[in-house]
Write a new protein. Sequence first.
Length: 170
Amino acid sequence: MFDPTVFDNLKVVLEGAIYDLDLKGQTQIIDRSDLVDLAKLSRTYSIALANRHVEGLIELSTDAENWSGEILETGTNYPCHIFLQFYLRINDIDRDCPAIKFRISQIWRAYKPKIEQQITFVYNNTDPSIFHDQISLFFNETVNESFIAEIPQLLHLILETMNALEDLVS
């Protein structure tokens, strides 16, 4: 019998927990993707959430070394990576970006992610004061099946972040 991989186990628990939040009305799932990259022999699962003005993306991935290693049983530890993004519109880059970084740093202080913001705008837009902020959270630590117990806390922090960003821009 085939045993599911660490990636599969994490994906199923994560996906189920997010769908529970959607059913409770705490967020809305707007997209999901489950990809196998045959060129790189990697897997990526992503699911996108939204509230009124903020979207969030959760991405779980594993690379060729860990995915094939687990299938071939060449070792004992097959970690995955978690990556988060949040998307929102802002009006004042100088005011909003530092406030966003500060608030996200507060919420995620236990995980100490690297936080990056990428600002874009539409050239010749009728409202030149609207900027799109893509906030990325990169985590140094990888995750394995022991992380399953932390998934509810992860989702709580994601929703807290989305609500905090909503409060900052409204």
